[in-house]
Design a protein around this ligand. Structure first.
Ligand code: GCW
Length: 688
């Protein structure tokens, strides 16, 4: 008898678990317990709030929950007060956020005490690098959910369902804005047909509190509008943008504003007309101002001839501090170069004191293994947000310098470059969903710890439905010990592992070709500008390795506020994780723990590979706790990651060995690939 029951239970468990394919993200269907929802008002957003409670309630049966909209000074517009049986907010969307928080707490067994929740940033935005032909720049999860090449302007029911699911996922983690198209923007986005599609998207996103924004091409007045120029000071150009903005607001009344990549990587900008970034940004800001729109103006700029690319955003933007309108926000990537596995924070954070600044993180894994690697990026963003800039004394973290705590900013915002595409699981890798989740959670609360975020995400994504009393009573304890704990450990270690096997000790930008996937420290084809090639960054020679950014070198250190400038400049105090970012050192340089630099480098590479092998073991053991689809998908990804990690290790050890002329320490495993073979591979990956 016992055996039969066991088998039935087992079958149910298998059926239940195997129904998952990842499409439901962290919002899997639940068997809800009945609940009564009391709310005296109504709106599309409140209907969603009601429905979510009814479909997701896991608390005591027949509880009554009251939703109260009431002005409360302790609450920001999106904020809410969570009581045991009530959610109070100033706005409908505040109520919806409260509902999601309440349900999350039930599912993750977190207590609910009468507590106030306010977002760190007013605007929490996903930037989609989606092209109008449906491809996604640096996207590794299939084509765009917004745009497509065939029949581009018909809005199907399937489109709407997908956009609604996307909006719901965003709302559940507090994301309230989407830039719908690539920053390398086609002027066509401002054509009536595309705007009509943007309107259709906005209509679906609106009840979930997600506003749409568009990336614009600075030359649009001439390329699209047939004007002779796009000079931001030219009256006809000013009038063109004003009219365009008016047209946009007539169809999307709550339009958020523009994102602009100007005078950067070949994109047109004010400098084409002898004007500054401020001239360009302000002209657009003036057009948007009457409607409450903002301009997110990117600081990602660098010219080909400068001696150090890492210095350029700061050099170009600091002289303009204070010259921007209050509805302009300068959007700054976390590091000074470009979303590398590890960079120190951009020195612009905190340094621009009279201009609003917003961080830009990259959720899509351009430089971190595409959708192949399991890399939880939360720890990287946490590291950036918690970095102390010292700009207003100790404690002036990047988080506090951008969220309005230190500088009065009319608007506060944060952006993440999305990793979402048409793949069934949205992100290409089940674990990449955790990065979408983490971005939203950190945008809402920039003091959250990655371990809490990982904990929540694993429970929401993988824990079996609590109402399914399928297995033995100690399932939860067993699950916590044998699934939650090791998987969390894997996630929390995963970014450091990637740093170890790709670019340890401050190395950066040494990947191959334009795909940015595999190793390529040698890569420098003729005609490609130097600052797009790895040798520019690692500077390896028979003497040593690393980029000298000390006072005697490019002096990038001086862009940091003291005590950081001296700390980074001085070998004794420079953190080892940034060693080769700031210093060019001989191969036999003695590291703190006594090894030579060469040995330490080799050891980091091996450590990274071994970490991935450990992740494989963790995941293989997780089999009994995960549905077969997701289990096998992740298992396959980890195998590929491990093979790639070995390639990185072998490639970098063997390539740099040509300069170091030293043996790979004999206690380390031997390379299994020949350098020539690896060099022949440009690691072209799907979507490159
Ligand atoms: O990281 C680099 C990418 C480009 C990208 C650019 C940017 C959208 O390689 O693909 O272009 O940054 O951020 O503008």
């Amino acid at each position: 008898m016992k055996k039969i029951i066991f088998n039935i239970l087992f079958l149910f468990t298998v059926l239940y678990l195997s129904a998952q394919d990842g499409h439901q993200l962290w919002l899997r269907d639940k068997q809800a317990v009945p609940v009564t929802v009391i709310c005296s008002e109504s709106s599309p957003t409140l209907s969603i709030a009601r429905q979510e409670l009814k479909e997701g309630w896991q608390g005591k049966p027949k509880t009554s929950i009251t939703l109260i909209i009431k002005k409360d000074k302790a609450l920001k517009d999106d904020g809410f007060r969570l009581g045991k049986n009530s959610i109070q907010a100033n706005t409908d969307i505040g109520i919806l956020y409260g509902v999601y928080e309440m349900l999350r707490r039930q599912q993750t067994s977190e207590p609910i005490n009468n507590e106030v929740f306010n977002p760190s940033y007013e605007r929490r935005i996903l930037d989609h690098w989606d092209n109008l032909d449906g491809t996604v720049e640096r996207g590794y999860a299939g084509n765009s959910i917004f745009w497509r090449e065939d029949d581009p302007f018909t809005v199907t029911d399937h489109d709407k369902t997908l956009w609604q699911q996307y909006a719901r996922a965003n709302a559940s983690i507090g994301i309230n804005g989407s830039v719908l198209n690539n920053v390398n923007a086609s002027p066509l986005i401002l054509n009536a047909d595309y705007l009509a599609r943007a309107k259709a998207i906005a209509n679906v996103l609106r009840p979930y509190g997600v506003r749409v924004y568009l990336s614009v091409n600075f030359a649009s007045p001439s390329t699209l509008g047939n004007l002779k120029t796009a000079d931001p000071l030219d009256p006809s150009v000013i009038a063109w943008w004003k009219n365009k903005v008016k047209e946009i607001y007539s169809i999307i009344p709550d339009f958020g504003g523009f994102l602009v990549k100007a005078s950067s990587e070949g994109q047109p900008g004010p400098q084409n007309y002898g004007r500054t970034h401020a001239d360009g940004a302000n002209m657009l800001a003036d057009a948007l101002k009457p409607y409450g729109g903002i301009v997110m103006w990117r600081a990602f700029v660098y010219t080909a001839n400068d001696n150090d690319r890492a210095k350029q955003a700061y050099s170009e933007f600091m002289p303009l501090d204070g010259k921007f309108r209050d509805n302009v926000i300068i959007q700054v990537k976390n590091g000074p170069v470009d979303f590398q596995p590890r960079e120190p924070f951009s020195p612009l954070f905190g340094a621009m004191k009279k201009t609003s600044v917003m961080p830009e993180f990259q959720v899509t894994q351009e430089y971190l293994g595409h959708s192949v690697y399991v890399v939880f990026l939360s720890t990287m963003w946490e590291e950036c947000l918690k970095s102390d800039t010292y700009q207003q004394g100790a404690g002036s973290t990047v988080a506090r310098c951008t969220d309005g705590s230190i500088y009065p900013q009319k608007y506060t915002a944060i952006a993440g470059v999305s990793n979402v595409g048409l793949d069934t699981n949205w992100c290409g890798n089940q674990f990449a969903q955790a990065n979408w989740y983490a971005f939203g959670r950190l945008a809402w609360n920039n003091t959250l710890q990655s371990q809490q975020i990982a904990d929540e995400w694993i429970k929401l994504t993988f824990y079996k439905d609590p109402s399914q009393k399928l297995s033995e009573a100690n399932y939860a304890a067993d699950w916590n010990k044998n699934f939650l704990a090791p998987v969390k450990q894997m996630m929390l270690e995963s970014r450091e592992a990637a740093v170890n096997f790709m670019m340890p000790l401050g190395l950066h930008h040494i990947m191959s070709a334009n795909g940015h996937y595999g190793p390529g420290p040698w890569w420098h084809p003729k005609g490609v500008r130097a600052d797009w090639t790895p040798p520019y960054y690692h500077q390896a020679s028979t003497y040593g390795i690393g980029f000298d950014r000390t006072k005697k070198g490019s002096d990038a250190v001086s862009q940091y506020h003291e005590p950081l400038a001296s700390q980074f400049d001085n070998l004794k105090t420079c953190p080892e994780k940034y060693l080769l970012w700031f210093h060019h050192l001989p191969w036999d340089y003695k590291m703190k723990e006594g090894n030579t630099l060469w040995d330490a480098l080799c050891r980091h590479y091996e450590k990274g590979v071994n970490q991935v092998r450990e992740f494989q073991k963790i995941w293989d053991k997780a089999g009994p706790y995960v549905d077969s689809t997701r289990f096998m998908e992740v298992q396959g990804k980890l195998r590929e990651q491990c093979m790639n990690a070995i390639l990185w290790k072998d490639a970098c050890q063997l390539y740099f060995q040509q300069f170091s002329k030293r043996p790979i320490p004999y206690d380390l495993e031997r390379p299994i690939n020949n350098l020539d073979d690896i060099m022949a591979n440009e690691f072209k990956h799907k979507n490159d």
